[in-house]
Ligand binder design. Sequence first.
Ligand SMILES: *Cc1c(COP(=O)(O)O)cnc(C)c1O
Length: 823
Amino acid sequence: MIQSLTSEQIAIVLEANLTGKADGPLVSQIVIDSRNILQPENALFVALKGAKFDGHDFIEEIHALGVNVFLVSTHYKIPSKISKSAIFIQVEDTKQALQKLAAYQRHLFQGPLIGITGSNGKTIIKEWLGQILGQQYAVAKSPKSYNSQVGVPLSVFGIEAGHQLAIMEAGISRPQEMEKLANILKPQLGIFANIGTAHEEGFDSMEQKLAEKAKLFESCRFIIYRKEHAKIGQHLISVFESEKLVSWSDGIGADYVLTVKKEEDKSKILLIRPDMSVFTFHVPFTDEASLENIRHVITAALTLGMDPKLIQEGLNHLKAVDMRLTLKPGVNQSLIIDDTYNNDLAGLRLALDFMAAQRPKKRKILIISDLLQIGDISQVYEEVQKLLNYHNIDFLIGVGEDIGSLQGRLGFGSQFYRDTEELLRNLDLEFFDNDLILVTGARKFGFEAIVNLLQQRIHGTTLEINLNALTHNYNFFKTKLLPQTKVMVMVKAFAYGGGAAEIANHLQQLKADYLAVAYTDEGVALRKEGIRLPIMVLNPVQESFIHLQQYDLEPVVYSPPFFRELAKFCHVQQTVMKVHLDLDTGMHRLGFEEQHIADLLELIQKYPQLQIGSLYTHLVGADEEIHHDFTVGQLKLFMSMADEIVSKLDYVPLRHALNSAGIIRFPEYQLDMVRLGIGLYGVEVSGRFDSHLKPISTLKTTISQIKSLSKGDTIGYSRKGVMDQAGRIATIAIGYADGYDRRFSNGKGYVLIHGKKAPVIGNVCMDMAMIDISGLDEIKEGDEVVIYGPTISLKELAERIGTIPYELLTNISSRVKRVYYLD
Ligand SMILES: *Cc1c(COP(=O)(O)O)cnc(C)c1O
């Protein structure tokens, strides 16, 4: 924070009531959850109410960590236990108060603030501009993509007294949000990166979206935009004075002309300035998105008066960066967190948080370079040391001069190297064994080489899982439910192909209430991976009873004979087991039928060893309107069967009936719990809220070889593929053994390369498939191929071969590596 404040000062800023003990501490850190509270005595905890949980519920827990100052809602009833020992600042709306406090801190910052908005590239522009300007100024920037109603205030608190310049991004998803962010940030220089043409939920029209985003710039002296984005230009010209607008363009007619000449793997950018002076920049990439982003950066640096030579100096160190924190399988059962693009404390904090959220492994190992952090070096590394202790790091490998200052000061094992090469020469892969390894380094240290070495050899095909999208989908379904309704998430079949352990762990973070798997083995595997949530097993078999007991799993019981078997087992073992009763109301798969109820009630009386945790039924056609009446019939029958059972019990089990489609179509039957499946994985089967869910997985492979063929040549087994004219084909590293369905053969399926469609030609083979790339001249061997993902809809692919998205998802072979990331 720029200036520490007393609780009294904060109360004045917020025009809030203050209760609790007098002369409290100075507040220098604002926190919204229990992570990373390094100096609890100087922290202010802001209790925010979110879709997932309510910060007010954690106040006592956080007070126990040593935090004494709380910003709470006036509706919060202060527990008498802590009313004397803590200070409470009470406001109507804690999120608004957080924003107000950020606006106050922002006013205390003297240096220029650069605000970036747009649909794509905000984070990249911010990072690159930070690197270029960082050569001359102490730059504060928002960590990763902190650009929301809460992220922006937190970013502002990250500005410290020594910073000379700040770069912040602002993102919105509905009207009225930008005004709030603009009020906090009050940028002097604005960059309007671009505007996506896609319809964004939350906005009625393109014009509305544009007008909303442009509100960020009301305080700006200069606003940068690209002339080719005509709609942006038109809008800015109609709203702002022309002296404020700084345009750049590929061609003439803008303030800055920045023309691109692409070469093999780099590009030249020819600059013509308003005074007609010229300069040539060299950048290490050729793709359109990077070239647009970098030209925004160059224009901003020029507008701030930076010398082109110094800008080029900074460009020499740029790379097309992957900003994501990625979780990858590594050598000897280790997991690697790849953060090879981090250079400051804020980034390190985020990466350590991400590390803390992973399932436990044998050791926590940190491989870290010098931080490119301004200010007093010894203070910076003191802070690093505190962070490492707080996160219980077991071993540290440090690279660089500055980080070497930690040598001899850590209470755990460590190694230090002068540079990355020295480390690579000395790295012993056998040292790692079932560890969690965070690799975090500033770009110039080239830590990618370390990650490459530590990674398990990944064959061409990977399934990437976006954990943010998973969170998004989970929260979307939460908004369809009452706050008290519990959510059981179906992670059967390897979490619909996504990888059960990682997804279950993420759900545990999201505070899901229950998990469900199909077989006992799946539940055992989750327990061995450290998953603690209650787990229901849909189809336990008798041989696995002992495992149910050992691993605290809760079986589904579906028939009187099965009830008897399990009850006898518990009787012999002298144990009690929580079970769930499946009531068959029309699925006719497993389950008690109406005629079994009398038997069932007798069994329940006779065997108190089985405690009924819940009663449920499964809907057969919740996604389809034509089955509406049948579904309602199922639900009514379930209610009456459940009532009959519950009336004979002296305790009340949970009741649940809805799957993903059911949540959408029959929310009035959410009862005590719902069972979320396919929707979490990004497919909205009822079709009503398609655009609200985000696909969570992308299946990718690479091109192994390209061949030029003549008219009449045939391709693959049985000569099914025929070239009807001369052209090129590519062989890709995926086949039906990986889960690429053989029914995609002969043009039924297609893939995307550089965003372009290429149809399958010939029969899909076991480990490979061939695609027709005639006419797509820029494609070369080694290029990435998208099988499905955000840009190819699973529903459409499934329809092409007459199946359902469920089957495509769950067919991905376990030999395909899963990689998880946060974007
Ligand atoms: C798989 C399954 C679900 C989840 O169904 P979705 O359509 O994927 O939401 C719910 N309940 C039971 C019993 C299931 O087997």
